[in-house]
Design a protein around this ligand. Structure first.
Ligand SMILES: Nc1nc2c(ncn2[C@@H]2O[C@H](COP(=O)(O)OP(=O)(O)OP(=O)(O)O)[C@@H](O)[C@H]2O)c(=O)[nH]1
Ligand SMILES: [Zn+2]
Length: 308
């Protein structure tokens, strides 16, 4: 049978077959995979697998094969960069939930998320939750982000997870797609998912007992069906994704607005820092590329050798 992996808890996988029946499956023997990333988990949420029934009555199965992935996102262990965990596979969209008030997401965090999505070739959007809490100075920040990220080609959507009426535009974007949801603890990710999928009842926290360190200790991603078609992959406890190591010359490729002009740089190995004839710097000067994004580029460039 062919199935889709909805949840992975280490050695067991929740797999949905093509009739919509859920199975508990595990790997037995050697799995045929072309795993060139040597991850700690061979199978991830979002994977398509081939499996056989082991016991029809208890709906347990054995996975024998995993289909090629068209993309995947990896988390790198902060302690050992060689330890990689595939968080999710076969994504159509990556959604970052950010907030300007309670708590405040930093632009650096947003930039790193967008770069990661670019590196994995996954379209990304930024949702600004808790729009109901925005004071005048926050609204200023919202407009700034809409301009900065909008110019770079990303949508910035303000929503109020607690108000279903504010979610129509977002729902439309999620239809028929498999979307990864991520965000810092406390931004309202669970509230938003609960609102988009009535009845799943993910645990939410009260701001009063929000410690700033995150409530969840589990890091098992899980996939959920949206009522109008499409899927959400929730990644509890995953704050940041790790990038597969890349070189300094590659960073500009992950900024769409830089990618668009960098072919005009005088040197083809231009790092767009202080080289003469740099088209990226020219675009910053004439305002085509915003100063904020360029500053982010320089800041991230600075950390590449130090590893992030
Ligand atoms: N005012 C306001 N509060 C919200 C909104 N969305 C969520 N909250 C509140 O923010 C708090 C955190 O929401 P959660 O959904 O638990 O946040 P989370 O991102 O899932 O956080 P973790 O569970 O720690 O991962 C809760 O008290 C929610 O009621 C919103 O749109 N407006
Ligand atoms: Zn350049």
């Amino acid at each position: 049978m062919q199935g889709l992996v909805y949840k992975s808890t280490g050695s067991w996988y929740v797999v949905r077959d093509q009739q919509g029946v859920f199975w508990n499956a595990r790997i037995k023997g050697k799995l045929k995979i072309d795993d060139d990333i040597s991850s700690t988990n061979p199978i991830a949420v979002g994977d398509t697998v081939i499996f056989d029934a082991e016991d029809e009555a208890t709906k347990t199965g054995i996975i024998s094969k995993i289909a090629d992935r068209h993309n995947y996102i990896v988390r790198v262990s902060p302690h050992n960069r060689n330890q990689k965990h595939i968080v999710a596979a076969n994504l159509d969209l990556a959604l970052l939930i950010a907030t300007i008030a309670e708590p405040r997401t930093s632009s650096g965090f947003i930039d790193r998320f967008l770069i990661t999505a670019e590196a994995y070739h996954i379209p990304a959007i930024v949702v600004i939750n808790k729009a109901d809490l925005l004071k005048e100075k926050h609204k200023e920040q919202l407009r700034e982000w809409q301009k900065t990220y909008g110019d770079a080609g990303y949508e910035v959507l303000p929503v109020v997870a607690l108000e279903p009426d504010s979610l129509a535009q977002l729902s439309e974007k999620l239809k028929g797609k498999t979307t990864l949801f991520s965000g810092h603890s406390g931004v309202g990710k669970s509230t938003l998912i609960n609102q988009l999928i009535p009845g799943i009842e993910l645990r939410t926290a009260n701001v009063s007992d929000w410690s700033g360190k995150g409530q969840h200790t589990t890091t098992f991603a899980e996939m959920f069906d949206l009522p109008e078609g499409g899927k959400i992959i929730d990644t509890p406890g995953v704050k940041e994704f790790g990038l597969i190591d890349f070189k300094k010359e590659e960073l500009a490729h992950y900024f769409p607005e830089m990618r668009a002009v960098m072919n005009d740089c005088r040197f083809n190995n231009c790092l767009h820092i202080n080289e003469p004839g740099c088209a990226v710097k020219a675009a910053v000067s004439d305002g085509t590329i915003t100063v904020d994004r360029y500053a982010s580029y320089l800041a991230i460039m600075d950390t590449i050798e130090k590893k992030w």
